[in-house]
Design a protein around this ligand. Structure first.
Ligand SMILES: [Zn+2]
Ligand SMILES: [Zn+2]
Length: 242
């Protein structure tokens, strides 16, 4: 039985459904612009029904090794102390010019990132055009909030095995339906992420399902999304030798 709400959450309704636990590969801590240390975020996540908590703080060239060193330190120290919760020390490469992305993705992997997210062309931020395609070609694990991604980008994401994000976050989530439609057309994998920064912005099992179904996924497509999330979690664990 998974707890279904964040402690103190006003949206505290009972759910008759048996829902899968949360797999969220895109969250922020105070190592970038979130408000919680990983230890508190992990504890709250465990109580809210998470099975996988992916840390993905913002990084560019100057802070990549600092961010990864910090989140790896937390994740490795906490491992095994939070019941069944897996904490993954990843990173979100953010607003880096597209020609520089491939090298930085490789550097993140060399520094031991469990998974690499790139901050895609959200409809509410001036992300450089070409970021989506450069991230996909670099073989990132997750392209966050890709906005109005193109048919070519969706097709390449499917070929490269890059997951596309359905975002809980306000603004970024405006194009979830668009992303879901193109992912279905080309067979690209989808993940639901919170992109949470503050208490109250992270997922619950209900919100994970609502974000997927609200983007137009069927129950079967949601089940396939969760299968994909489990596969990425396995890959990330293997990279960490957990
Ligand atoms: Zn942020
Ligand atoms: Zn983010």
């Amino acid at each position: 039985m998974w707890p279904t709400t964040w402690p103190g959450d006003a949206f505290n309704k009972e759910s008759p459904l048996s829902l899968p636990p949360v797999f969220d590969f895109h969250t922020h801590t105070l190592f970038s612009d979130g408000e919680l240390v990983p230890a508190e975020l992990a504890r709250r996540a465990r109580m809210a029904g998470y099975e996988v908590l992916g840390l993905a703080d913002h990084a560019d060239h100057g802070c990549l090794d600092h961010i990864l060193g910090s989140v790896r330190g937390s994740a490795l120290a906490l491992a095994g102390h939070l019941g069944g919760l897996t904490i993954l020390p990843g990173v979100e490469i953010t607003h880096v010019p597209p020609p520089l992305l491939a090298d930085l993705v490789k550097k993140a992997r060399d520094l031991g990132a469990s998974h690499v997210v790139v901050h895609g062309e959200s409809p509410v931020e001036p992300v450089a055009p070409g970021t989506n395609l450069a991230a996909i070609e670099a073989g990132v694990d997750l392209l966050a909030h890709p906005g109005f991604l193109s048919e070519k980008e969706a097709a390449r994401a499917a070929e490269k095995g890059v997951f596309l994000e359905l975002s809980l976050r306000g603004g970024h989530g405006l194009t979830n339906g668009w992303v879901a439609r193109l992912a279905r057309k080309y067979g690209a994998g989808l993940l639901v992420s919170s992109d949470g920064h503050l208490v109250g912005e992270y997922l619950t099992p209900e919100l994970q399902r609502s974000t997927a179904l609200g983007a137009g996924l069927s129950e079967e497509e949601f089940a396939a999304l969760m299968d994909g999330a489990a596969r990425l979690a396995e890959t990330a664990r293997r990279r960490l030798s957990l």
